[in-house]
Design a binder for this molecule. Sequence first.
Ligand SMILES: [Zn+2]
Length: 338
Amino acid sequence: MQVGRYHRQEIFYAIGKEGQQKLQQSRVCVIGIGALGASVANMLAQAGVGYLRLIDRDIVELTNLQRQALFTEADVEQQLPKAEAARMHISQMNSEIEIEAKIVDVNPYNIEKLITDVDVVVDGLDNLETRYLLNEACDKHKIRYVYGGVVGSGGMCMNVLPGEGPCLECLLGPLPEEGSYDTCDTVGVISPITNIVASYEAAETMKLLLDSESVCRQAISLDAWDSYTEFFDVDKDPECPVCGKHQYTRLEHRQKNYTASLCGHDAYQVTPEDDGAFDYDAVVERLRQSGEVKQNKFFTIFKNEEADFKLFPDGRAIINKVADGDTAREIFAKYIDQ
Ligand SMILES: [Zn+2]
């Protein structure tokens, strides 16, 4: 008898044929396609989740290959965006599911549009600011969100179930000041921990999609080097600005040009407000008058004596070799947002 690709899941007691069909009708958005996100996306594709939206703003770099298992040296050479490289590799493994790659920066302007038509959002992010924004957007739209984070050899994860349990801010408290906490850029990260946390996130996502009674209601803290795994309860804080009072300060904080420093990149990203008026081709044509322009399918590289940046079709730019956000915004205003 011929058996299908999901046979081993269909005979697993907690999924069955019915559960498998449910997975195939499910939609998941993975935000951040680095070590965590690429791994989770791969596992969900293997499991047959019918629709995956993969969101990432970055390009595959050599230093990613130490832990981001989906990517190859060829991706680095071709400067492929992570979302697109992941889509390409994953669809070679499972061509029966739909995978959408979004090469965008998740910010207050676009986050709601990106997550409101999916069943579960998975966190593969590398920064707390965007996580806190995601936490607000998920609370506002009552979308279930699987948090996962890693640094060094340690990691954490927790299901954020709006209306039912604590949120990310209940778990982590107010957003700490930039520079006051460890990041992968300051203390590094090893791949065993990213794989363990990604596995927990993938399992929790499958359980949420199946409305399983086994959905984890606790937070998990673990360390692959110090060899421990702890499960602990988190109280929903009635005074929590997000899940208690439903105040969404980050979501509502929309500046004209939103700037973010890109850790470890010596670069700043400038994202203009999306008013639908950005004309990518026209801007690229104009850039040709002021310096060297190289273009591929995904972005344009511009260089002259003063400026060095990548411009994306959504109007976002990564300004290289600048000391601060103000200089980045000046270059953005002079060359792009005229
Ligand atoms: Zn909360």
